[in-house]
Design a protein around this ligand. Structure first.
Ligand code: AMP
Ligand code: GLY
Length: 435
């Protein structure tokens, strides 16, 4: 079975590693946005082209005789890549365009929860003009969030107290969105600790992955601008130290209800990875957002623990047979750390050479926004490389990850605090103070 991988970040390098470990045979091909050296080494062929154009993707799928396609990022999903592949009889991991709205439209996701009585949603309203905006912000008091109602690479969300420091600033951001013709959601702000629960979904059955916590801010101590995610950790018991008994189950139940709701709404199932971004609060588990794909960096944590065959799982997602498929993860802790270009995310260096030759375990290294030029690896402008430490505790995994990421040479930086005792304890203390 030839497999087509769409996307070329560290998440897709992690998928390529898992696919190449599979017993299923068949060739791996990749349609990429950059010449990812890790994926290039593992695949029969990697082509750099427009991954967001369904017909381009279909053309390669035919050329490579692919029978199964795995879509990494959200943009191809929002452009309908899965629809076109499915119409052509190719099995796809990644929901069709209308089901991917769970990520691509914030208002769709919020409305779905209400329509199907799923718990965990905030008080919210959707706007496309300034009518009623001021009143609703006043109703919410000091704690509100304004979200552009479409894909914005994490940059469309502004949170009171963090990005918006007064009602005037909030109103002016809303006005900006109205002026650019955009719809937006204003919602209640939750206070607590965030975590990611990703579930494999074949339309009906869900198999859940270990939960993971991401770190969005660029610098140590959760300071600096928001990023795509600087690093992540997961724990031996597949829960997290700040979560109480039953809270992972609450999140699992919300993912399951959402998958059921999507199937009932559209008459066909969601096939792919359903990624719930949750926040545990003093009032239980709340839903921040949905993503229609693996998280990045979260994919590196969970795929480093996966004991089952990813190709079998992907095939079962497409065929609707996940209920009969083994999905097991090791009971180990993981810490993933990204090295990113100096100046990231606002003014990242680009085109500089990086050196990974000192990394001691190449298995734990994942290439992201890297290109190959004259046989050298160069920074392509976004998150550059990630490493994952796996251990018997978060502390042990952190030490491994920190040592490895420090061995990557080039004008890069990383967060030294992710997964350290101090930071994990701060999360635990924060929740204790809220409860
Ligand atoms: P999103 O793109 O919806 O994940 O939002 C990006 C980030 O904004 C999230 O990771 C949260 O840190 C924050 N955020 C979004 N919605 C809320 C909310 N209702 N309450 C608190 N923080 C939020
Ligand atoms: N880790 C955040 C994301 O993948 O969207």
């Amino acid at each position: 079975m030839n497999i087509l991988l769409i996307g070329s970040g560290a998440r897709e390098h992690a998928l390529a590693k898992s696919i190449s470990r599979s017993c299923s045979g068949g060739k791996l091909h990749c349609i990429a946005s950059n010449m990812n050296p890790g994926i290039a080494r593992l695949s029969t062929e990697i082509v750099v082209d427009n991954i967001n154009d369904p017909n381009t993707v279909l053309q390669y799928a035919k050329q490579f005789n692919s029978s199964l396609a795995v879509v990494g990022p959200e943009n191809p999903l929002s452009e309908g890549v899965s629809d076109v592949l499915d119409d052509a009889g190719i099995k796809v991991v990644g929901p069709k365009k209308r089901l991917a709205q769970i990520e691509t439209s914030k208002s769709f996701a919020r409305d779905l929860l209400v329509e199907f009585g799923i718990p965990g949603g905030p008080q919210y309203e959707t706007f496309d003009s300034m009518e009623g905006v001021g009143g609703f912000i006043n109703d919410l008091g000091d704690d509100f969030v304004v979200k552009y109602d479409g894909l914005a690479g994490g940059k469309g969300v502004k949170v009171s107290g963090e990005h918006l420091h007064s009602n005037e600033e909030a109103i002016s951001y809303c006005q900006e969105l109205v002026d650019s013709g955009g719809q937006f959601v204003i919602e209640e702000k939750f206070v607590g600790q965030e975590f990611s629960l990703m579930s494999f979904c074949d339309g009906t059955t869900l198999k859940h992955m270990p939960v993971v916590q991401d770190h969005k801010r660029a610098h140590d101590g959760d300071t600096g601008p928001n990023t795509g995610g600087m690093g992540t950790y997961s724990d031996v018991d597949h829960s997290l130290p700040f979560l109480r008994e039953g809270e992972v189950e609450e999140a699992r139940s919300i993912n399951l209800k959402t998958a059921d709701a999507l199937r009932n709404k559209f008459g066909e199932g969601y096939k792919g990875v359903l990624y719930g971004g949750f926040m545990v609060t003093s009032n239980g588990v709340k839903l921040i957002e949905y993503n229609a794909r693996f998280g990045d960096p979260e994919a590196m944590n969970v795929l480093s623990l996966l004991d089952s065959d990813i190709v079998e799982i992907c095939d079962a997602i497409a065929m609707g047979t996940l209920g009969n498929t083994n999905v097991e993860f090791k009971n180990k802790a993981t810490v993933c750390k990204y090295a990113v270009p100096e100046g990231y995310p606002d003014n990242p260096l680009k085109g500089e050479v990086i050196d990974v030759s000192s990394v001691s375990d190449p298995d734990s290294l994942f290439f992201a926004s890297v290109d190959i030029r004259d046989g050298k690896f160069i920074e392509a402008g976004s998150r550059t490389v990630a490493v994952v430490g796996v251990g018997d505790s978060i502390t042990e995994a952190e030490k491994i990850a920190e040592a490895e990421i420090s061995r990557v040479g080039g004008p890069l930086f990383h967060r030294t605090d992710i997964g350290t005792n101090d930071v994990v304890q701060k999360r635990v203390d924060h929740m204790r103070s809220l409860r």
